[in-house]
Design a binder for this molecule. Structure first.
Ligand SMILES: [Zn+2]
Length: 319
């Protein structure tokens, strides 16, 4: 039990229902959008998001966790407006998304830097979690950082430790973007361990991009949740392997460590939308409900086990 802030107001953790743990609404660079995204139509984009999320709710999903933080175009007034118009809960995050460097806004200030002060990142993250984001009144409910192929660069490490400290200070859980091929989840776990973070409060995001069960069970044995959270991103791992990995983990006794999602969005500016649709036709909010759950049932996963994955495990993440 516990009250979880969402973009549409607080809900009890028991009322989160079926939860996809990693879905974006919009991923974009705001500065890029203002200068180069000439086809952006605000009201059309809002309408599209409301339509997509209403459709997702009608497929039985009650909540999404949206880990769109600084570096991915977080803009809460937009999300709050969408939350007002959909029944589905949108739980928002704080943190920073970088594979390499710290943004210039933090480059010169912090412990031992030109402007020597306590870590400003931690302060901002804690404020987002406890007071609210900007002047929206919406509080973040979880933290996000990333460690990809470049590994633990100075910027990534500084971000990760700031996220960890905000977690231990507030009790908020963490989602970390990892590169499964490079096994960077293990590095994240090590840094979090050093900072005293409870590993059970960590989702190792994008773990589902590999079928390496030795790696995955190592992460789970240390206590973390495995984010099998890129269903539909079949260029990284096939549908068959993604589903097969869920089944194999359940068979080995790791049901309580599995959370699922798509890492999809209504709009992402990383590539051309038409090219995305052609190359990744299943990468959308509907794929789990329409294709993944039926296939898991066909392979012997029970409805009770699916409820554990969709309801119980995400709820425990917040409790
Ligand atoms: Zn993501």
């Amino acid at each position: 039990m516990g009250s979880i802030p969402t973009a549409g107001g607080s809900v009890d953790s028991t009322a989160l229902g079926r939860t996809l743990v990693h879905e974006h609404v919009f991923v974009l660079g705001e500065e890029h959008r203002l200068n180069y995204q000439h086809d952006w139509r605000e009201s059309e984009m809002l309408h599209q998001a409301v339509s997509d999320l209403t459709d997702l709710k009608s497929r039985g999903i009650d909540t999404i966790l949206d880990p769109t933080v600084l570096g991915l175009g977080r803009y809460l007034p937009r999300i709050r407006e969408i939350a007002r118009r959909v029944e589905l809960n949108i739980v928002v995050a704080t943190g920073l998304y970088t594979f390499n460097d710290i943004p210039m806004q933090f480059h010169y200030k912090g412990p031992g830097l030109l402007f020597d002060e306590p870590e400003p990142l931690t302060k901002l993250f804690v404020s987002d979690l406890t007071e609210g984001i900007a002047d929206t009144g919406v509080r973040a409910a979880f933290l996000k950082c990333a460690i990809d192929q470049p590994g633990l660069t100075p910027g990534v490490e500084r971000t990760m430790r700031a996220v960890a400290r905000a977690s231990t200070e507030t009790g908020a859980p963490i989602t970390v973007h990892t590169n499964a091929a490079e096994q960077t989840g293990l590095i994240a776990q090590q840094v979090f361990r050093e900072e005293g973070v409870d590993p059970r409060k960590v989702i190792i995001g994008h773990s589902g991009d590999t079928k390496d069960l030795d790696y995955l069970t190592r992460l789970a044995d240390a206590g973390s949740l495995l984010g099998l959270d890129r269903f539909g991103l079949d260029s990284f791992l096939s549908f068959d392997d993604r589903v097969g990995t869920v089944v194999a983990l359940i068979e080995r006794g790791y049901l309580d460590h599995i959370v699922i999602s798509h890492d999809a969005s209504c709009f992402i500016d990383f590539w051309d939308p038409a090219a995305q649709k052609a190359q990744l036709p299943h990468w959308n909010y509907r794929h789990i409900s329409d294709d993944v759950l039926p296939e898991l049932r066909r392979r012997g996963v029970t409805d009770r086990q699916l409820e554990t994955i969709l309801v119980d495990n995400p709820r425990r993440y917040f409790e």
